[in-house]
Design a protein around this ligand. Structure first.
Ligand code: NI
Length: 258
C-alpha cells in the first residue's frame, strides 16, 4: 500500500479502542494513513506487535515508558529483545524520562532509558523518546553516549534553540496535536523555522487530540489535521507535507525494508 501519511507515534492497543479497534485501523487505512504503535510495557508491546503483524501499513515499536520504569529490569529487557525479532518492529519506544508525573523514581527512569538506548543500538533500530519536564537529563543522557541510535523526539515542545540541539544529535522532531491549539503560537513560530526533511507527524492516540476534535478520543486518521496545520505554517500544499513527512518516516524507520 502506498501511504499518504504516517502517524509515527500512536497507542491503538490501549483499552480506549477495545470497542472499535478494527474500525479505527480501517479508517486510517481508508485514508492511506500508516501508523506505528509504540509500546508502553511488555504486554502492550506484545499487543502492538500482534496488531502490526495482522494489518498492512501498521508497524510496532517495543519499549518501556518512563511511567512504568519502576518495573523495568533484566527480564523486561529480554522480553523486548524477543519481541524485536518480528519484522513488524521498526523502533524501540516509547522510552525516555518524565519528571512531570514522576510515576517512577527518577533513577529508575534513567536506568531504563539508558538500557533501552543500548538495546536500540544493538538492534540497529531508531528510538521514540518521551521528554516531559526532564530536558536537561534527557539531552545529557543522549549527548554523553559513545553510540547513539537514530531517533525522534516525540511530541516536540520547546523553542528554536532546543530544536537545534535535538537536530544536532541527528534526531527528528515529532509534531502532534498541540500544534493545532490556539495557545501554541510560539510552537508554530518555531516549527515554521525547522527543516521539513527532519519533521514527522504523530498523534499519540488516544491522547493529544488535534483541533477540531480536541477533547475527544484521538485516532491515527486525525494525523491529517496536524499535516494541514504544518502545511499552513510552512505555506506549502498538504500533498507536499504528506510526501515529505512520509519520506522522512520511511527513512528513519526503514519502512521500505519491511
Ligand atoms: Ni505516547
Amino acid at each position: 500500500m502506498k501511504l499518504n501519511l504516517i502517524d509515527t507515534h500512536a497507542h491503538v492497543f490501549m483499552d480506549h479502542y477495545d470497542g472499535d479497534r478494527e474500525k479505527v485501523i480501517a479508517r486510517a487505512g481508508d485514508e492511506k494513513t500508516g501508523m506505528i504503535n509504540m509500546g508502553l510495557d511488555i504486554p502492550s508491546s506484545k499487543k502492538s506487535v500482534e496488531i502490526a503483524e495482522n494489518h498492512e501499513g501498521v508497524y510496532a515499536g517495543v519499549g518501556f515508558h518512563p511511567h512504568e520504569a519502576k518495573d523495568f529490569g533484566a527480564s523486561a529487557l529480554r522480553s523486548l529483545l524477543d519481541l524485536s525479532v518480528s519484522d513488524s518492529v521498526v523502533a524501540v519506544g516509547e522510552i525516555g524520562l518524565d519528571y512531570y508525573r514522576d510515576n517512577s523514581p527518577r533513577e529508575q527512569q534513567r536506568k531504563a532509558f539508558r538500557a533501552q538506548l543500548d538495546l536500540a543500538v544493538e538492534l540497529g533500530l531508531p528510538v521514540s523518546v518521551h521528554n516531559r519536564s526532564s530536558t536537561e537529563d534527557t539531552l545529557g543522557i543522549l549527548k554523553n553516549r559513545d553510540e547513539l541510535p537514530s531517533g525522534v523526539m516525540h511530541s516536540f515542545f520547546g523553542d528554536y534553540e532546543l530544536a537545534g540541539e535535538i537536530l544536532d544529535l541527528g534526531f527528528y522532531l515529532g509534531l502532534s496535536g498541540p500544534l493545532t491549539f490556539d495557545g501554541e503560537s510560539d510552537l508554530r513560530d518555531t516549527v515554521g523555522r525547522l527543516p521539513l526533511d527532519r519533521l514527522l507527524l504523530e498523534t499519540d492516540s488516544p491522547f493529544l487530540t488535534p483541533e477540531p476534535y480536541r477533547g475527544k478520543r484521538n485516532e491515527p486518521a486525525f494525523v491529517s489535521h496536524i499535516g494541514e496545520e504544518l502545511a499552513s505554517i510552512k505555506g506549502i500544499g498538504v500533498e507536499e507535507v504528506g510526501e515529505k513527512t512520509t519520506e522522512n518516516a520511511r527513512r528513519l524507520f526503514s519502512l521500505d525494508e519491511r
